[in-house]
Each structure stands twice: as C-alpha cells, then as structure tokens.
Ligand binder design. Structure first.
Ligand code: ZN
Length: 202
C-alpha cells in the first residue's frame, strides 16, 4: 500500500507557515515503513530538534482506480479516519530552502500515525469536525469545510498521477495549529468526538 499526502490544503495553515497558496494540491508520499505500529509510542528521531504534529483526516481507498472523475470519486472510499503526519520541520525547512524533496522530513519511520477508521456514512463529509489534544489541551481544531480541495477533488487529482489501489490511504492536509512535540507528550485525536488515536511521545 502507499500513503499519499496533501500539503497546504487549509488557508490558515498556509498562513501560519508563511507558504504560498498553491494553484494545485501539493502532493507527497510516505512509504509503508513510515506507519507507526498500533499502540507503539512515537520516538522523536535523532536527526530533528523540531518535530511537529499535523493532524489530518484520512481516506481509505477501497478499489483500484486511475483518472477518476470527481463525480465518481465517492465510490472509491467507504471509510474515514484520522492520523498524524509527523514532520521534521527543521529538516523540511532545509529541503525547501534548496528546492529538494521532502522525504527525509516527512517519510521517516513512525511519521505516519493511522488511527481508527469509521464508515463514511457516519459523517457529513462536507463538515467533519476533528481535533488534536496535546496533554489534554486542544491544539488543532479542524473542520473539513475549510479544505481548499475537498476529498473527492483530491482523489480525482492524485489519481491522474498515481493509480489508486485498495488499502491506499490519503492524508488530506492539516489545519492550523501545528506545533512541536516534546518527550512525554500525549497526543489524542478525535473525529466528531470519537477517539481515533492516542500516542505517547518518547
Ligand atoms: Zn501534513
């Protein structure tokens, strides 16, 4: 399986990092080795002093497809989840400066937290509310209604480049409020009030 991630999909997050607003979705990938095994803590990697949490709505692809039209995209997923795209912001800043790829900052071991999935029928996809709590304090408070590109548009866009396969996961981008994680932090993600994951940072 593969993990396809979308960057810069929320206007307020683009502002907080002083990034340019893209004309098309920013796309990058994580390998399956980036998945943090269930119930494992997240270990801050030794090559970074500034790992950020990015909480994101996840979409699990349920069948093969390429060149999917937006109006048919809804047929390619039944489940919605929540996860974290851990990002070594200091490493990413260096990559950006030099125009280099982001993998070392985004695709390292353990960088993809994949929480529980729920049937999409349980949600109003146009307005999915989700939060990240750090040590019981809400640090990211998102709503899918603020996505620049909605889920179906993202599926249509990425499937022009990458054949989607059953089990692939799309990370749909983070809202504002990203920040550094420290040892002993506890991160809890909620999707419409359901606890989708709980991660200890080591
Ligand atoms: Zn992200």
């Amino acid at each position: 399986m593969k993990i396809i991630c979308i960057g810069r999909n929320y206007a307020k997050h683009i502002e907080e990092l002083a990034n340019e607003r893209p004309t098309n979705p920013v796309v990058f990938m994580k390998p399956d080795s980036a998945i943090l095994p269930k119930r494992n803590p997240f270990f801050i990697p030794p090559f970074s002093n500034d790992v950020h949490h990015e909480v994101e709505v996840l979409v699990k692809i349920n069948k093969v497809g390429k060149h999917i039209q937006p109006q048919f995209a809804h047929k390619y997923y039944d489940e919605i989840g929540l996860g974290i795209d851990f990002t070594a912001r200091d490493v990413q800043a260096k990559c950006k400066e030099k125009g280099l790829p982001w993998e070392k900052a985004k695709a390292f071991d353990g960088s993809a937290v994949i929480g529980e999935f729920y049937p999409k029928s349980e949600f109003n996809l146009a307005e999915i509310k989700f939060q990240l709590l750090k040590n019981d304090e809400v640090v990211q408070d998102g709503n899918s209604n603020a996505m620049l590109w909605k889920i179906d548009e993202l599926i249509a866009y990425v499937s022009q480049y990458f054949m989607l396969k059953k089990g692939d996961i799309i990370f749909t981008g983070t809202p504002a409020g990203v920040g550094k994680v420290e040892e002993n932090d506890v991160l809890i993600g909620t999707l419409e009030g359901r606890e989708a994951f709980k991660i200890k940072v080591k």
